[in-house]
Design a protein. Structure first.
Length: 223
């Protein structure tokens, strides 16, 4: 497996773990506290559905991870589903006035971590598109959850502009930082592979131990 693919798979494990933790706490607490926007029956069941779907998809991701031949596509698919789930959560928890739009920022940062500058900008564009579509639905005074507050034209335009600027700033800045981190990570792995190749090619046996004398590694000649 190429070094770039190994890096993507390692980051994917962290993404799945963080996703489960966030969903458990961010969606579990509103259910535990019985917040006002959960009084709507559809919102209540949507929360349960999102939690169950996240757990189920995480199990599916883990099952297929070792069989994935294109980690980049697999990561992109997860990010796209995250945007869809976040949009559904925002819709049922108050639309534009929902407390959960910040979850888009987490996904944008994740896109930057996986795909650097391009990933951050594209994920920011996807978040803007999803949030904008949700705002248009709210402006039309129609929503699957019903009862969303009706905002004025100026309030909707201002809110959309504010979130759009925030999304793209986060995407650009996190993308630049991710590029630097990615280059250093690739260089480190290249150096590690180079070192392992040198050790394995030495004709003499080489064994390393820890302070207690337990063998931690050895080359082919030592074997």
């Amino acid at each position: 497996m190429k070094i770039e693919q190994r890096v993507l798979l390692e980051r994917m494990k962290w993404l799945m773990a963080c996703r489960v933790v966030l969903v458990t706490f961010l969606l579990g607490f509103p259910l535990l506290l019985q917040l006002d926007f959960l009084k709507n029956t559809r919102s209540f069941f949507t929360f349960y559905f999102l939690i169950a779907a996240t757990y189920f998809l995480t199990i599916v991701y883990i099952f297929f991870m070792k069989q994935v031949k294109n980690p980049a596509f697999f990561a992109g698919l997860q990010l796209a589903l995250d945007l869809m789930f976040e949009t559904a959560l925002v819709v049922v928890s108050g639309g534009i006035e929902s407390p959960f739009p910040f979850l888009y920022i987490i996904t944008i940062v994740s896109g930057s971590i996986f795909f650097q500058q391009v990933g951050g900008v594209l994920t920011a564009a996807g978040a803007t598109l999803c949030f904008g579509a949700m705002a248009n639905i709210q402006y039309a005074q129609w929503s699957p959850s019903g009862g969303l507050p009706v905002l004025t034209d100026k309030e909707i335009v201002y809110t959309l502009l504010l979130y759009m600027i925030t999304f793209f700033i986060v995407g650009i800045l996190s993308g630049r930082l991710a590029e630097r981190l990615y280059k250093k990570e690739i260089d480190f792995l290249d150096l590690r592979v180079f070192h392992e190749n040198i050790v394995q090619s030495i004709p003499s046996g080489l064994i390393t131990t820890d302070l207690s004398g337990k063998i931690t590694s050895f080359n082919q000649a030592a074997e």
